[in-house]
Write a protein that binds this ligand. Structure first.
Ligand code: MC0
Ligand code: CO
Length: 132
C-alpha cells in the first residue's frame, strides 16, 4: 500500500458540504463526478497529503444513504493507493481479510477500486485504488 489516496466522507447534501469543506480547507473542490455503479455523487478536494472525497447518495438504495441512516454523516472509508490491485488482493486474502468485490470496479477520479469488509478491518471500510 503506497499511501492514502483519499478519505471518503458520507454527506447528505453535496452543495452544503462543498461550502463547508471549502471554508475548512481554504480551497475549492477540483472536481465533482457521478459514479453511477455506486449510486453516488462525489466531490474532491486535495492538499499536500491526500484527497478528501465527499459522497452523497443519488438513490435511496445507495450504500451511502444506508450508512447515513445508520450512523449519520461522517468518515465512510479510507482509500489506499496500490500499484496492482490483483497482487495486493492476493496478499490480503492470504492474510485473512474479506474482499467485498474480487473484480475491480470503475471508481471516481480515474481509478479502479475494490473494498475490504469493515468486519475484517477493525470496523473501518478500506478501499484499494489503482490508477487507470
Ligand atoms: C466512488 C468510489 C471511489 O472512491 O472511487 C467510492 O469510494 S464508492 C463508496 C461507496 N461504495 C462502497 O462503500 C462499496 C463497498 N461497500 C459495501 O459493499 C457496503 O457498504 C458494506 C461495507 C458491505 C456495508 O453494507 P451492509 O451494511 O449492507 O453490510 P453488512 O450487513 O455485511 O455489514 C454490516 C456492518 O458493517 C457496518 N458498516 C457498514 N458500512 C460501514 C462503513 N462504511 N464503515 C464501517 N462499518 C460499516 C454496519 O454498521 C454493520 O455493522 P454492525 O453489524 O456492527 O451493525
Ligand atoms: Co472512495
Amino acid at each position: 500500500m503506497k499511501k492514502i489516496d483519499h478519505i471518503g466522507i458520507a454527506v447528505k447534501d453535496i452543495e452544503v458540504s462543498n461550502k463547508l469543506f471549502e471554508s475548512l480547507l481554504g480551497v475549492s473542490a477540483y472536481k465533482q463526478e457521478e459514479v453511477q455503479n455506486e449510486s453516488v455523487l462525489t466531490s474532491f478536494f486535495k492538499n499536500d497529503s491526500c484527497k478528501i472525497e465527499l459522497l452523497a447518495a443519488i438513490q435511496e438504495d445507495s450504500v451511502i444513504a444506508e450508512f447515513i441512516e445508520k450512523k449519520g454523516e461522517g468518515i465512510h472509508h479510507i482509500a489506499f493507493e496500490v500499484e496492482s490491485i490483483p497482487d495486493e488482493l492476493e496478499r490480503l486474502k492470504a492474510e485473512g481479510f474479506v474482499v467485498l468485490n474480487e473484480i475491480p470496479k470503475k471508481g471516481a477520479d480515474n481509478k479502479l477500486v475494490v473494498f475490504l469488509h469493515p468486519k475484517s478491518t477493525n470496523g473501518v471500510l478500506i478501499e484499494l485504488c489503482q490508477s487507470l
